[in-house]
Design a protein around this ligand. Structure first.
Ligand code: URA
Length: 243
């Protein structure tokens, strides 16, 4: 693939801008400046340097962000900055978007990708990719609440009053964490689902964190507000056809 095409595909701006970066000696491969935009490279496994920063080539971008509170997942945030502002320009430029949403006040693992098929797979209710949430609640979490969460609760209407959800929503797992904490594993990703499930058992979520999405666990050494590459969809969904 031509070097200018590689840069273009990775979000470094228009074809002209990418050719300009290369002409100006801003791009290195294996430590050497390459100033020919037409130079040919195999992009698979390629590491390239742009203005002193090294980037791995990824046909599709898949990253996880340790979302801090105070950021909105919406593309058009209304009251707080967007999570997109925590990502570098090339990732924004190539069109990565959040996989589902976390509320503004929720922290934890947020996936972002420019792979539309993967977004569908990870968010479609058909695929039931489990997500783990840790909630700190206003009132103690007791055994009866856990049983009800596992048996299924009817979600309260949320403030947008879209419609009443007729079916019961069950947690795949519900464990107490200390007196006021609960760790819930959910298959769906309904609007404010954890907060509404806890409200349905007469409790109230005060803090919410997502430590896990599918098989992928938020690394303990990824600080809030920072992002890192995810090896591939298998890191979330497990090996295809595997156990
Ligand atoms: N459930 C919620 O209530 N909020 C989130 O951010 C995620 C799940």
């Amino acid at each position: 693939m031509r070097l200018s095409q590689i840069l273009f595909s990775q979000g470094f701006g228009s074809r002209r801008l990418c050719a300009g970066l290369i002409h100006h000696g801003e791009v290195k491969i294996h430590g050497d400046v390459v100033d020919d935009p037409d130079a040919d490279f195999d992009p698979q496994g390629l590491q390239f340097e742009v203005s002193g920063k090294t980037w791995p080539y990824h046909e599709k971008a898949l990253v996880m962000l340790h979302k801090p509170a105070g950021y909105e997942c919406s593309q058009k945030p209304r009251h707080h900055p967007s999570v997109m502002s925590l990502l570098p320009a090339p990732l924004r430029e190539r069109g990565v978007q959040p996989v589902g949403r976390l509320d503004e006040d929720t922290t934890g693992l947020l996936l972002l990708t420019d792979d539309g098929t993967l977004i569908h797979k990870l968010t479609s209710p058909k695929h039931h990719v489990p997500k783990v949430y840790e909630a700190h609640c206003k009132h103690p979490v007791d055994a009866e609440q856990l049983e009800r969460l596992l048996a299924g609760v009817e979600l309260h209407e949320h403030e947008l009053k879209v419609h009443r959800e007729p079916e019961l929503v069950k947690a795949l797992a519900a464990e107490a964490m200390g007196t006021h904490g609960v760790r819930l594993t959910l298959a769906e990703g309904k609007y404010h689902q954890v907060k509404r499930m806890m409200a349905a058992v007469s409790n109230r979520v005060e803090r919410l964190h997502r430590p896990q999405f599918g098989d992928l666990v938020l690394p303990a050494d990824l600080p809030q507000g920072q992002w890192c590459w995810v090896a591939g969809p298998e890191a979330i969904l497990g090996a295809p056809g595997g156990a």
